[in-house]
Design a protein around this ligand. Structure first.
Ligand code: SIN
Length: 275
């Protein structure tokens, strides 16, 4: 399998992958564990192929909030019409960190992309953790943080363009609040990594509101360093899978007046273990 790393630390393209071939799975899975973000270019796939590929990794999570594509409840529509201004997923986040057993991976298939723009950024939470000083690591290692779906998908988000136009719905189902370790041991690799994110983490258990806000702000600024990032520039047909327990991601909304349409499947994870 021919692998081309995207940066010194995160992400890789698998040049000769065909996600329909089950024979390729071992190599694809190894690359997923090693690089956390894997890009497979120009896949000629149907929704069924997308589903079969996802099921090799685990059980598909049927998303509560995203509009599914017609006929496939397992596939969420990630859409921005040319007339819309908000993109879904613009803020740095980790998919479904508010769940008790947060999502393991997400697989995005580009159906229609702008001529230029609409990239996705990723950040490595393993690299971000490793770059902290030993004393700081000691300070945060036993902490836990709350994550919630309420502010992003509940009634508090009812005025957002994506709620108003129906791309996001079921606000009444946004009732998830869960506590996870701030530093986790990755279930597949054993690598330690940070597990807080700007979109869904609300506060750190046991700290005052101002202490929690200051610590989270520091961690977010730290994690946003370009040294921990990679960027995927899309062409229609490309499939990218990322590890939600090892990365953040962010959709870049820099294509006003163009349409961008992606199919996304999310694979369920298991409960997270503290490092
Ligand atoms: C997402 O946040 O899951 C979507 C990312 C993207 O559209 O690039």
């Amino acid at each position: 399998m021919q692998i081309r790393p995207l940066t010194g630390g995160l992400g890789a393209e698998i040049i000769d992958a065909d996600i329909r071939r089950s024979d390729d799975f071992e190599g694809v899975f190894a690359a997923f564990k090693q690089y956390s973000v894997i890009v497979m270019r120009e896949q000629q796939i149907t929704p069924e192929d997308h589903i079969r590929f996802a099921e090799r990794f685990g059980v598909i999570n049927v998303n509560r909030f995203f509009q599914p594509i017609d006929g496939y409840p397992q596939i969420a529509s990630v859409l921005k019409e040319a007339t819309q201004t908000e993109a879904v997923g613009e803020m740095w986040h980790t998919d479904q960190s508010y769940d008790e057993a947060p999502a393991m991976g997400s697989i995005l298939h580009a159906i229609e992309v702008p001529d230029v723009g609409g990239d996705t950024m990723f950040a490595s939470m393993g690299m971000a953790y490793e770059a902290l000083s030993p004393k700081f690591k000691e300070m945060i290692v036993g902490l836990k943080a709350w994550h919630s779906s309420r502010h992003g998908f509940g009634m508090a988000a009812a005025d957002a363009e994506s709620s108003q136009d129906g791309r996001i719905g079921n606000a009444h189902l946004a009732t998830q609040d869960n506590l996870h370790p701030v530093v986790i041991r990755h279930p597949l690799t054993g690598r330690k990594g940070l597990y807080v994110n700007p979109d869904f983490t609300t506060h750190i258990e046991g700290l005052s509101a101002s202490e929690s806000a200051a610590l989270l702000e520091f961690l977010y600024e730290h994690c946003k360093q370009p040294e921990f990032q990679c960027r995927v520039r899309w062409k229609a047909g490309d499939v990218t899978m990322w590890d939600n327990q090892a990365t953040w991601h962010k959709a870049i909304n820099d294509y006003p007046g163009s349409r961008r349409f992606m199919h996304r499947i999310t694979v369920e994870g298991r409960g997270l273990e503290a490092a």
